[in-house]
Design a protein around this ligand. Structure first.
Ligand code: AMP
Length: 125
């Protein structure tokens, strides 16, 4: 899949539309989902132009991958969902491609938590 420079997360990265930022480092950004499916619903994205998780892990540099992992770790800590810091856990989801029903074609990892999630995030109604 070709990267669409006009996708909504590319616009957020260019500062053309706002987001509620939770964390940022050199190669990654985390912000609140605009339509939260749980008390905590954060999206972590790389700043580079990657369509999905597969594209990212295939093409991203080691620096970008480490930066992304660190951003995920910080978000888990900052939101209090990390079991490493006394939280109750979370769900991390990367919807990918047509079978994964991915809507925004810029790689993003959903972090859902803050309450018992049941099956939330695992199926779309
Ligand atoms: P997906 O179906 O995995 O592609 O999820 C896309 C997610 O992006 C959905 O959960 C949307 O609520 C979220 N979203 C769409 N537009 C925005 C926006 N402007 N700011 C924050 N989250 C957004």
């Amino acid at each position: 899949m070709n990267y669409d420079k006009n996708n909504i997360f590319a616009k957020i990265l260019r500062g053309e539309i706002p987001c509620t930022k939770v964390f940022e480092n050199e190669y990654s950004l985390a912000f609140k989902d605009i339509s939260p499916q749980a008390k905590i619903h954060i999206l972590v994205i790389p700043k580079g132009a990657y369509t999905d998780i597969d594209d990212f892990y295939t093409k991203a540099s080691e620096k970008e991958i480490i930066s992304f992992s660190n951003a995920v770790k910080e978000v888990l800590k900052l939101t209090g969902v990390s079991q490493q810091s006394g939280g109750n856990g979370f769900r991390a989801i990367a919807n990918t491609g047509s079978d994964g029903i991915q809507e925004v074609p810029h790689f993003h990892l959903h972090i859902l938590g803050g309450e018992n999630l049941g099956l939330r995030g695992l199926r779309k109604s």
